[in-house]
Write a protein that binds this ligand. Structure first.
Ligand code: KG4
Ligand code: ZN
Length: 334
């Protein structure tokens, strides 16, 4: 079985062809990020307009890249992100997916974007051993998830305020860096001193939840008090404090649950410091570290196709009346 995956929940217009052996035949990603940089964040209106202009060409390219005829492709279903995300962006992908499904006479299935991220490591390593603890950290979400197997997940904890990537982006903005801020802070932190600023590691309570907004405020206060601290040292201190919080919660989860591996997912999973920390933690507990390639960490449609294959096999097709769910939580996924 082959699916066309479509992802338009934020600023990436993406399409991919994936089969039920989780082989990725093609994957295409167009980002409108350049249009948002000057605004310091994604502008929903611009993102929606960009999706409308890009979705057709991106789908065509994905189909041709998989060696398929774009007018009559040998595709068995269309999988599309139906939430969570920006409503105007989700609607473009969802409408396109329904139209393709109708035109080609095949079923379509709505996919939760976060569940899509959980499938990303599987696309690079099909023989994953379960159960798995996954740290899903992106611009919009921060969760620790216990996965008993593909599609079987339990949310152990999540952020009570900002997402980890959001904290990166806000601190970067405060430091006068570009958007998105994560990659830039990651780069600046390379030569910086992580002990230059004493920053709090918030949320040391006995649960699996995160909180990053206090850390962001602490960076603002510390840099106001010590304006001469080099920017690389600020970046390294912030990155170390944020990484320490993520690691403490992950360590607690590893102590509590007997798992075979730890996986990273979401845009912040591209962070070089976090990857080093998680690999070392996995070694310490004698479990496998699954660190997806950078392309598989960030938003893409192959992961949506993979999650869609699973959902289609277990829950069947979605109704053509399916609407977008901008706030669809992972805990509410069947
Ligand atoms: O998953 P993603 O591509 O989009 C969603 O939010 O769904 O994640 C984007 C986030 C941004 O906040 C960006 O600053 C962050 O991931 N990010 C990073 C790095 N690369 C991207 N954060 C820290 N270090 C990085 N190297
Ligand atoms: Zn995402």
């Amino acid at each position: 079985m082959k699916v066309l995956g479509i992802e338009t929940s934020c600023d990436e217009t993406a399409a991919a062809v994936v089969d039920d052996a989780l082989h990725v035949h093609s994957t295409v990603i167009e980002s409108s990020i350049d249009q948002h940089r000057d605004f310091g964040g994604v502008v929903p209106e611009l993102a929606g307009r960009a999706h409308v202009a890009t979705i057709g060409p991106v789908v065509r390219e994905a189909l041709e890249g998989a060696g398929l005829d774009p007018t009559h492709p040998a595709i068995d279903a269309v999988a599309v992100t139906s939430g969570p995300g920006l409503i105007g962006s989700l609607l473009v992908g969802l409408s396109a997916a329904k139209t393709y499904a109708l035109a080609w006479g095949i079923p379509f299935v709505g996919v939760n974007h976060l569940e899509g991220h959980l499938f990303a490591p599987l696309l690079e390593q099909r023989d994953l051993e379960w159960p798995l603890l996954t740290l899903l950290v992106s611009g919009g979400h921060s969760l620790i998830v216990l996965q008993e197997g593909p599609g079987h997940h339990q949310v152990l904890g999540e952020t009570i305020d900002d997402a980890a990537g959001e904290a990166y982006d806000k601190v970067a903005r405060w430091l006068g860096l570009g958007y998105p801020g994560g990659p830039e802070i990651d780069r600046l932190a390379q030569g910086g001193n992580p002990d230059a600023l004493a920053l709090p590691v918030s949320m040391i309570g006995d649960d699996f939840d995160f909180s990053f907004s206090g850390l962001k405020t602490a960076v603002v206060r510390a840099t106001q008090k010590y304006p001469d601290v080099a920017i690389g040292d600020v970046a390294a201190s912030f990155q170390a404090a944020l990484g320490e919080q993520l690691l403490r919660k992950l360590r607690r989860a590893l102590e509590r649950y007997d798992v075979r591996g730890v996986a990273l997912a979401g845009g912040v999973a591209a962070n070089s410091h976090l990857r080093i920390l998680v690999r070392a933690l996995a070694d310490e507990f004698g479990v496998v570290a699954h660190l997806p390639s950078l392309a598989m960490c960030t938003d893409n449609a192959a992961m949506i196709g993979a999650a869609g294959l699973y959902r289609f096999a277990h829950d069947g097709a979605s109704a053509l009346s399916l609407s977008a769910r901008p706030n669809w939580q992972l805990v509410d996924v069947a």
